[in-house]
Design a protein around this ligand. Structure first.
Ligand code: UGA
Length: 424
């Protein structure tokens, strides 16, 4: 089929490229000319393992453009996959969705299916419908098809999803979307549009809650004894609970969980149906992010001490630092008067825009040389494989706060480190 995607961020680019790989002809529309020219040359603006190769493989089926008019005319199905970040009050900023709707309204010339892939609050489809109807008097259909891919494993998540959710209100769009996803042979959940939109929010908010629950349990285990990894393992064998997303640490970050939890809290309040659980989740998560700094403070006065911060991205295999715990940790350390040395294999450049003055090192070992303490923020492969013997020799004082429970605690203790993880 001929498909057009508005948005070349994680969701738009990965979904578009994967659907091209599944045999469709896909046009991807972006606003930024430099980005689009780069994509035409095979230069990928985001770090996502395997994406560059998949783009090269599907060169024939993929078109990148800033020309919305021709892209709209070229396809029967228009996917809206632009960003929906948070406003200051926690609500969802729909301005990019609005802009795309206005562009579609201007150029649509015959019946098309408009598929909302961006995460949008319930009822946003009505806003889109209204905008298009204000200019275009013909037929068109709106559907919701939320995306569940994770950064860092986006291609396999898209290609082998647990389910595909299709929210429609007419047979035509249902048939069109079924045809697109049929090739994947995975469970397809058909719903109305509102339920589809809420499945996305409910899934992200539930996973954020699961992480937050295990983090609070970890904090409790620290007080009363017990090892959170064993506790999570014991819980995870229960099929009703499941073992995934039970890794305790320094809170969830990224461009999705924090903003989606905040939007649900906002929407709950506006509809007089408050999400008390999610309010607590948001609050607990914000505190959890700076746990390592609190732990260090109990061990030393941080003023004029140098702390090595290992990892900056919100999780491994991405250079994304949006809402990353590292940002809260760096701010908290600077506030306490500490000096910072840090390392991340790919997120350094992005972090420099927020913290231009801290010291960025090319290797984790250099970031740990002559420091008074280390904080492990991201469980990169290089982090997990750190040679602790070497680290011990390099550090001024052997103090490690392992925010991701990713180092071998026994080895660290045997080597004489003052080691603290999260709940173990
Ligand atoms: C998340 C969802 O997992 C995807 O299904 C969804 O499509 C995406 O949001 C989105 O809405 O676009 P993502 O933000 O890429 O994906 O990352 P996750 O792998 O879910 O991790 C989110 C955060 O939770 C990270 O900071 C990670 O370190 C943390 N986490 C995850 C934990 O602290 N413990 C865990 O057990 C799992």
């Amino acid at each position: 089929m001929k498909l057009t995607f508005f948005g070349v961020g994680y969701v738009g680019l990965v979904s578009g490229v994967c659907l091209a790989d599944l045999g469709n002809e896909v046009t991807l529309v972006g606003r930024n000319e430099v980005k689009i020219e780069d994509l035409k040359k095979g230069i990928v603006p985001i770090y996502e393992p395997g994406l560059d190769k998949l783009i090269k493989k599907n060169r024939e089926n993929l078109h990148f453009t800033t020309n919305s008019a021709s892209a709209i005319k070229a396809s029967e199905v228009l996917f809206v996959a632009v960003g929906t970040p948070s406003n200051k009050d926690g609500s969802c900023d729909l301005s990019q969705v609005e802009d795309v709707s206005k562009i579609i309204a201007q150029h649509i010339d015959k019946p098309k299916v408009i598929v909302i892939k961006s995460t949008v609050p319930v009822g946003s489809d009505e806003m889109i419908r209204k905008i298009i109807k204000s200019k275009y008097k013909g037929d068109f259909s709106i559907a919701s098809n939320p995306e569940f891919l994770r950064e860092g494993s986006a291609i396999s998540d898209f290609m082998k999803p647990d389910r595909v959710v299709i929210g429609t209100e007419d047979e035509w769009s249902k048939k069109v979307l079924d045809k697109i996803y049929r090739a994947q042979k995975v469970p397809i959940i058909h719903t109305d549009i509102r339920s589809a939109q809420l499945i996305k929010y409910a899934s992200n908010a539930f996973l954020a809650t699961k992480i937050t629950f295990i983090n609070e349990m970890a904090n409790f285990a620290e007080k009363v004894g017990g090892n959170i990894e064993k506790i999570a393992e014991g819980m995870g064998y229960d099929k009703r609970i499941g073992s995934e997303f039970l890794k305790a640490g320094i809170g969830y970050g990224g461009s999705c969980f924090p903003k989606d939890v905040k939007e649900l809290i906002f929407a709950g309040k506006s509809h007089n149906s408050p999400f008390h659980v999610l309010q607590a989740v948001d609050e607990v998560n914000n505190k959890q992010k700076i746990k390592p700094v609190e732990k260090l403070e109990k061990m030393m006065n941080l003023k004029d001490k140098t702390v090595g911060v290992i990892g900056l991205s919100f999780k491994p295999n991405t250079d994304d630092i949006r809402d990353a715990s590292s940002i809260d940790i760096l701010f908290a350390l600077l506030k306490k008067g500490a000096k910072i040395k840090t390392w991340d294999p790919i997120a350094e450049q992005r972090m420099q825009t927020i913290f231009p003055k801290i010291e960025y090192c090319p290797t984790p070992y250099e970031a740990l040389a002559k420091v008074d303490a280390a904080i492990i923020v991201t469980e990169w492969d290089e982090t997990i494989k750190l040679d602790l013997k070497k680290v011990k020799k390099l550090m001024k004082k052997p103090v490690i706060i392992d925010g991701r429970n990713c180092l071998d605690k026994e080895t660290a203790l045997k080597l004489g480190f003052k080691y603290q993880g999260i709940g173990r």
